[in-house]
Design a protein around this ligand. Structure first.
Ligand code: PMP
Length: 353
């Protein structure tokens, strides 16, 4: 007889959305994971090479230098900073720190697919609140909070729709939610956003807020897996207890610190991606493609039943987008060359769809 996994896992899907197929000649553009289209800067690569030379050593259990660099950068005490193997690694720490079986976890839907997975693995009940016009309905979310609610995930700006909440609406939401509920403000796309929402400023007045950010998007280090969070010291201490020891590897730590040192150059790239995003949105809208405003490095095209055939046409043209069957297409903003190809192919695809 084999050991029996926990029954809670029976309802947990495996997080492996089917990736689009790349062209054999290597000319496809990866527009399905909201990655940065540009590789690490030379100074970051040099640090990666240096760190690789001591890969026979363990990294620090908690990366003290990175925590110090982040605390200085954000103007917060080191005690409040946590790190993990990507934001998704920190979600697991959060779930272990606060969730008991039967607790409720509230989040909007559609939003980031990891939230229901984290909730269900913990044996918690996932409470999904529909978006309204592609944006968080914060009043409806507050209304779904009960005395069993322990956790709220708020994806700001939201993946896959790209929308942001208004700062005043977020303040009202935080005022309405009991302070015993942990509110995770997932700001993975913060650096691309002009919404005025800033979790690091908010958490100071709201000890129940955890802000999560990542080196995966604006800093272009998705492959190295570094995320970080800022929270009240009671919360951050609990999250550190739940961290996998040495969970952020030594190469990733040095690359993240080196990236903070060249932030100006990286943020100039972010500005370029934001300009491309806005130009791409206008170009698509002018051609009759349904597209939402975005505060991220991707665009949401609410194509409904046309999504699947349009995604197939994009894939055949070497544009690997993320299909949400029956709902829409999420399209990462790529290089100017990729974006220009998107306009041409989508215009043509929609004539035929
Ligand atoms: N949060 C959101 C909202 C995301 O969309 C993603 C990536 N798709 C992540 C977190 C994952 O971030 P990380 O690479 O830091 O785990």
């Amino acid at each position: 007889m084999t050991p029996v996994p926990r029954p809670a896992l029976d309802t947990v899907p495996l997080y492996v959305p089917k990736p689009p197929v790349a062209r054999a000649d290597g000319t496809s553009h990866r527009l399905f994971l909201n990655e940065n289209p540009y590789p690490p800067l030379p100074s970051v690569l040099a640090e990666v090479a240096r760190a690789a030379r001591v890969a026979h050593h363990y990294p620090e259990i908690m990366p003290g230098d990175l925590v110090a660099a982040l605390a200085a950068r954000l103007g917060v005490p080191e005690s409040d900073v946590v790190t993990g193997p990507g934001s998704v690694g920190i979600y697991q720490q959060i779930a272990q720190a606060v969730l008991e079986p039967g607790d409720e976890v509230v989040y909007a839907w559609p939003s980031f697919e990891a939230y229901p997975i984290v909730a269900r693995i913990a044996g918690a009940r996932a409470v999904e609140v529909p978006l309204r016009d592609g944006a968080h309905d914060l009043a409806a979310m507050a209304a779904r909070v009960t005395d069993r609610t322990r956790l709220v995930f708020l994806c700001e700006p939201n993946n896959p729709t790209g929308t942001s909440v208004r700062p005043a609406d977020l303040e009202a939401f935080l005022a309405a939610v009991p302070s015993s509920v942990l509110v995770v403000l997932d700001e993975a796309y913060h650096e691309f956003s002009d919404s005025g929402v800033d979790g690091v400023a908010l958490y100071r007045d709201h000890p129940n807020v955890v802000v999560l950010r990542t080196f995966s998007k604006a800093y272009g280090l998705a492959g190295l897996r570094v995320g970080y969070g800022v929270a009240h010291p009671v919360i951050s201490a609990a999250l550190r207890k739940c961290a996998v020891p040495c969970g952020v590897n030594g190469i990733a730590v040095r690359a993240a610190i080196a990236s903070l040192a060249v932030e100006d150059e990286l943020f100039a790239r972010v500005d370029g991606i934001v300009r491309e995003r806005d130009a791409l949105r206008v170009a698509l809208a002018e051609r009759g493609v349904p597209v939402l405003p975005s505060e991220t490095n991707f665009l949401w095209l609410p194509l409904g039943p046309r999504a699947a055939p349009v995604a197939a046409t994009l894939e055949a043209a070497g544009l690997m987008a993320r299909l949400y069957p029956g709902e829409g297409i999420r399209l990462t903003v790529g290089t100017p060359e990729a974006n220009a190809r998107v306009v041409t192919v989508l215009e043509d695809a929609l004539v035929r769809a």
